[in-house]
Ligand binder design. Structure first.
Ligand code: HEC
Ligand code: HEC
Ligand code: HEC
Ligand code: HEC
Length: 263
């Protein structure tokens, strides 16, 4: 108990020590991750599908989610202060024992969320990512990010579409069945053909003018913009065009179900 209080005090009042603590936790997490990476080095189909539900992958994702999500410590206040991170949690433990994620409500747009539950505020990649099928298929933050840092932006393992296409082969249920251009309806290598352009729009912000990418990976249709105001990737990039223009364009796209993309 004393150790726990001592740790809380350190975390709360001595920022440099808190940093060291955080570094330790991440280092522990790395051990879990290096295990997960070993599994991702297998044949490509093994990399795309992790059929067995392995709690270590959930815990591995939790290492990132504990900081990159919105929530509150379950025992708030702690020594008179309120915390919005899982104080006391360490890599390998269940953050849920220390932390209550933000309650998201369908149909509400506020500081934290858009009406479809995509995050509105930054640093909520975890709240977003758990909604994706990729999370359910046990893909991890560190399948895309090399957290030991590298020369790519956002410490990504690959640049541009190479990141997505490493897994989104024909064998992946959500893989491209034709060329990138056939999927995106924009010219090969053009800005509108980037996987991130449509699946990770820069719509989350805390500071005015500074946006981070959505991590639900959902395509947000311009119809949803009409209904709830959530920005869609088409008219965010095509500034000056209307939602009606984008909806009409989507309805003409061969190979995409109009009921799915424009309704
Ligand atoms: C102890 C808390 C903590 C943990 C654990 C943590 N992060 Fe972070 N991360 C941060 C902070 C703080 C920043 C800086 C945020 C900023 O600059 O606004 C950051 C920044 C980042 C960035 C942006 C880097 C850039 O160059 O723009 C990425 C990507 C990232 N983290 C991914 C991850 C992943 C993946 C994991 C899990 C393997 C993880 N983080 C674990 C706290 C953490
Ligand atoms: C490490 C492998 C991997 C990488 C890298 C990857 N994906 Fe996926 N993705 C998957 C798997 C597995 C699925 C689930 C397929 C299924 O339904 O069985 C999936 C599903 C999806 C889906 C379906 C909807 C949903 O809820 O997730 C979208 C959209 C998607 N990925 C977009 C992307 C984009 C964009 C990138 C690049 C930024 C990317 N993926 C990178 C493995 C990956
Ligand atoms: C399927 C690949 C993929 C997965 C899984 C993924 N990310 Fe990302 N992430 C990206 C890409 C791509 C970007 C860069 C987007 C851009 O620059 O437009 C990014 C950007 C970021 C950033 C920088 C902020 C920004 O938007 O520029 C942070 C922080 C981050 N991711 C954290 C996480 C965390 C934490 C997880 C797990 C909960 C995670 N990511 C899972 C692909 C992924
Ligand atoms: C990241 C930016 C970006 C995004 C996101 C994007 N586009 Fe584009 N789009 C472009 C650019 C740039 C062009 C010009 C031609 C080119 O570069 O291929 C273009 C061309 C087009 C054209 C043909 C030319 C015209 O203006 O009539 C249509 C139609 C179109 N986009 C529709 C869409 C729709 C619908 C979406 C959403 C699903 C979308 N775009 C998303 C950048 C984007």
């Amino acid at each position: 108990m004393f150790r726990r209080i001592q740790r809380l005090v350190l975390l709360a009042f001595l920022p440099s020590l808190a940093h060291a603590q955080a570094a330790n936790r991440v280092e522990c997490g790395m051990r879990e991750m290096s295990w997960a990476r070993q599994r991702t080095r297998g044949p490509s189909h093994a990399r795309q599908y992790r059929q067995s539900r392995d709690p270590r992958l959930v815990r591995g994702n939790d290492v990132c989610i504990q900081c990159h999500s919105q929530g509150r410590a379950v025992t708030n206040p702690i020594l008179g202060r309120y915390y919005d991170w899982p104080v006391g949690n360490s890599a390998g433990q269940r953050p849920a024992d220390y932390w209550q994620p933000e309650e998201l409500k369908h149909g509400t747009t506020d500081f934290y969320q858009f009406a479809d539950l995509t995050a509105h505020k930054n640093r909520m990649q975890g709240n977003d990512f758990v909604q994706s099928n990729m999370y359910h298929r046990q893909i991890c933050c560190f399948d895309c990010h090399d957290v030991h840092s590298n020369e790519n932006e956002s410490n990504l393992r690959e640049r541009g579409n190479a990141l997505c296409l490493g897994c989104h082969t024909r064998r992946n249920a959500a893989g491209l069945k034709g060329t990138v251009s056939e999927h995106t309806h924009h010219g090969e290598s053009r800005p509108g053909s980037q996987g991130t352009a449509c699946h990770m729009p820069l719509i989350e912000q805390t500071i005015r003018g500074s946006y981070v990418a959505a991590h639900t990976f959902r395509f947000i249709s311009p119809v949803e913009t009409e209904q709830s105001g959530i920005p869609n990737p088409c008219t965010s990039c095509h500034a000056g065009k209307t939602n009606a223009w984008a909806i009409e364009a989507l309805r003409r796209w061969e190979g995409a179900s109009p009921w799915r993309v424009s309704n």
